[in-house]
Design a protein around this ligand. Structure first.
Ligand code: NDP
Length: 297
């Protein structure tokens, strides 16, 4: 079997088009322009690239983008004061603090200072609790993107066996919760899991969010399973160049899977598209307007 490639890049393009249409109608019908504020502390090169890309796509979708670049030695109280200001700003509907933060800043404290209604990353403890109890919440963008691709490919996920490899708060845990809310039978695997190969072999859906290049080989994959590769790893090639690879060994997995996301071009593009969708969702909720549920969990 050769797997169908799930084209996250094309899917993300469709999400962005719909988001842009929603933004246009919010402007035309309600004179509201959704606004996303992104706060970057320090000069981590990867974070700078992500922040630039988020700002660009926000503007392309017709929304207002507010970028705040703070010095690496910014104090916690100054950062919290900035978040308070953004919480109170009616032009801002989504707030994202780019992670990781420099070591002297307490990430939990900072994230939990964001108003839950504007927490477009879905990391605030209130949103985590709402998701965990199956209530309406802001859903973390990367797992939301994975879920949308899975639903698009399968329709209903009900009754499927899903294995999520990785238990981080930003990917693994919310991913498992979303799959459970869609009535999958979910196993969460991590670095202490015994017989990982056998655990993965049971799965109809495998989501790999580990951060280890090409860790999952094809002989762990059940024939016909759907493989969602969240990993983004930069490795050196034999020619001394670098390239991006995922957490699964693409060629051997694609030979047995029913469907698979490539890296790059799979989960990655969906993450920012979902951030834009979350910002529109937050804007609609804040203003008490009907929201388009197509891009929510
Ligand atoms: P973390 O490092 O926070 O979590 C990694 C998880 O993998 C941990 O739960 C860890 O287990 C588990 N793990 C590590 N080694 C093994 C192993 N040998 N066997 C089984 N499980 C293992 O990473 P993130 O969740 O933040 O990110 C995961 C990957 O996804 C990274 O490559 C990251 O770059 C990528 N990513 C991609 C995004 C996108 O937009 N496409 C967005 C966010 C992340 P334990 O808890 O026991 O330590």
């Amino acid at each position: 079997m050769t797997a169908q490639v799930i084209d996250g890049k094309a899917f993300a393009g469709r999400v962005r088009e719909k988001v842009a249409a929603q933004v246009a109608s919010l402007k035309a019908e309600h004179n509201i322009t959704p606004g996303l504020a992104v706060v970057l502390v320090g000069e981590d090169p990867a974070s700078q690239v992500y922040v630039r890309s988020k700002g660009k796509q926000t503007v392309e979708a017709g929304m207002n983008s507010y970028e705040y670049k703070l010095e690496a030695d910014t104090s916690e109280s100054d950062l919290l004061a900035m978040i308070d200001k953004l919480n109170a700003d009616d032009n801002v509907h989504g707030i994202l603090v780019q992670l990781p933060l420099p070591k002297h800043l307490n990430e939990d404290l900072v994230i939990n200072r964001i108003a839950p209604s504007k927490d477009v990353d879905g990391f605030h403890i209130s949103n985590v609790g709402l998701l965990g109890t199956g209530q309406k919440s802001m859903v973390p963008c990367t797992p939301l993107g994975c879920l949308l691709m899975l639903r698009d490919h399968h329709g209903s996920l009900s009754g499927m066996d899903a294995v999520v490899i990785g238990r981080s708060n930003i990917v693994g845990k919310p991913m498992a919760q979303l799959l459970l809310n869609d009535s999958c039978t979910v196993t969460i695997a991590h670095s202490r899991t015994k017989n990982l190969a056998d655990v993965v072999r049971r799965a109809d859906i495998v989501v790999a969010a580990v951060g280890r290049p090409e860790m999952v080989p094809g002989d762990w994959i059940k024939e016909g399973a759907t493989v969602i590769d969240v990993g983004i790893n930069r490795i050196e090639t034999d020619e001394g160049k670098t390239k991006l690879v995922g957490d699964v060994d693409y060629d051997s997995c694609a030979a047995v899977a029913g469907a698979i996301t490539p890296v790059p071009g799979g989960v990655g593009p969906m993450t920012i598209a979902c951030l834009l969708a979350n910002t529109v969702t937050a804007c609609c909720r804040i203003h008490g307007l009907a929201e388009d549920n197509e891009f929510t969990a």
